[in-house]
Design a protein around this ligand. Structure first.
Ligand code: GLC
Length: 437
């Protein structure tokens, strides 16, 4: 295989980040288990250690709450390298939270459904893998049921997130408009992230005040979904998050069909799916921008910005062919210039673009991995190949970083990888991309 040494380095990253039954995203900066990291990491493991891939998912689902909710961080161990930890989040306030694990009281993009299908696709022993899936697929279904029961107050088929950390795109410039509507207190706390990573690559102190304040409001109401829907200053329908749910619905449908004897769930999934895709196409598509945008449910307005989340619906087969053609044109005009690696996390032409700062511009491998698949799905194999070779190139030049500068010119010296190094999903998804020859 081409790139054998890169492949082996990626395996090493995953092996080193493996703990007792789960993986950390990266040492020091993220010392626990994160929801969507965990799913994406399992895809990498599935190529060379199926047992670990399965264990990763089992551990994640073991932390599910009595109402079907799955938390964004599961604090398996005590660690003083991370803030805010379990004592701040206080998941125990929710009456149905896990008694076994401490966690946060917020969630993350629901990738587990499509991860199970990916693991099945990769598996060389389909029968054994289907048995594994059969044993836990109902937990994933129950998680989707939670979303539709508790996160869709207007019964539209689109679910909300109540915190920017739920989006996975923590400090995206999209949220700037929400911060403008809030005036949180100044918190006194000791940041830990900036002791591991240069502060210029991380969110600011004032941004953190907003993040903590939203959690405090949720805690005041014991993480009640109904109260959060009523009161949280942050209430967003996010195209990335909803695309993940839709993609996972589709995978659950496929897997239940394979397993057989699940007619009621299949029919419910089809209903969710039809409603969700319709609403998504009606409400989240912005004709003028030519791509999907976020909707601010609290302030009843679309947040009209292009980001890598705008194109994630390609991965979930949401746009029709004509719309997809248009979106890809827009993407190539703005994000696909020769001077840029695909795909910046935020509109490179915007004043808010910052190619070094976390989700305000840099390239992330997980979004690229989705884009690669989405572009192929709509027949754009050449652009998909560019996304893949860009991803391989930036990792090869810099290492398995968390995120990368989108400007080609700054990559000459090999120090344009930012955030944590030896980052798990960069390694896991590189393995998957290399296998997709
Ligand atoms: C950061 C990212 C988030 C990720 C987490 C752990 O918070 O924004 O998407 O899940 O780190 O890697």
């Amino acid at each position: 295989m081409k790139n054998a040494s890169l492949y082996n380095k990626a395996k090493e990253v995953l092996q080193n980040n493996w703990r007792a039954g789960f993986s950390i995203p990266c040492a020091k900066l993220y010392p626990f288990q994160w929801f969507w990291d965990s799913g994406l990491i399992a895809i990498g493991f599935a190529h060379f250690d199926m047992q670990k891939a399965e264990q990763e998912i089992k551990t994640l689902l073991d932390a599910q709450w009595g109402n079907g909710f799955i938390p964004h961080i599961i604090f398996h161990t005590e660690s003083d390298t991370y803030f805010p930890g379990p004592d701040f989040h206080r998941s125990d306030l929710h009456p149905q939270s896990s008694k076994k694990y401490r966690s946060t009281g917020m969630t993350q993009p629901p990738v587990t459904g499509f991860v199970l299908e990916e693991i099945y696709r990769i598996s060389k022993d389909k029968e054994a893998t289907l048995k594994f899936i059969e044993d836990l697929i109902d937990k994933v279904y129950f998680n989707h049921d939670y979303f539709y029961r508790h996160r869709d107050p207007e019964n539209e088929g689109l679910v909300y997130i109540y915190h920017n950390w739920e989006s996975g795109t923590d400090n995206s410039p999209i949220w700037d408009d929400i911060w403008d509507t809030m005036n949180p207190p100044e918190y006194t706390f000791e940041r830990r992230d900036t002791t591991h990573v240069d502060a210029s690559e991380r969110p600011s102190k004032r941004e953190y005040d907003h993040y903590l304040y939203i959690i405090d409001i949720a805690k005041e109401h014991n993480y009640s979904d109904e109260k959060i829907a009523e009161l949280s200053p942050f209430l967003i329908q996010d195209p990335l998050f909803n695309a993940m749910l839709i993609k996972s619905n589709e995978s659950l449908l496929t897997l239940y069909e394979l397993i057989g004897n699940n007619e009621a769930k299949i029919s419910q999934l089809k209903q969710w799916q039809e409603k969700a895709i319709n609403a998504f196409n009606k409400k989240l598509y912005d004709e003028d921008l030519g791509a999907y945008v976020h909707y601010d449910l609290r302030n009843k307005r679309p947040l009209r910005f292009l980001s890598s989340s705008s194109f994630a619906p390609l991965f979930a087969n949401i746009p029709g062919k004509e719309r997809a053609d248009n979106m890809i044109k827009v993407m190539m005009n703005k994000f696909g210039k020769e001077s840029q690696y695909l795909c910046a996390s935020f509109d490179p032409d915007s004043e808010r673009f910052n190619p070094k700062k976390y989700w305000r511009g840099p390239v992330w491998i997980n979004l690229n991995w989705m884009l690669f698949d989405g572009l192929n799905r709509y027949g754009y194999t050449d652009i998909a190949e560019r996304v893949k070779s860009d991803s391989i190139e930036i990792i090869d030049k810099n290492g398995f970083y968390e995120y990368f500068d989108s400007r080609k010119e700054v990559h000459k010296a090999g120090n344009a990888g930012y955030g944590g190094n030896n980052f798990s999903w960069s390694a896991a998804l590189l393995i998957d991309l290399l296998e997709k020859n």
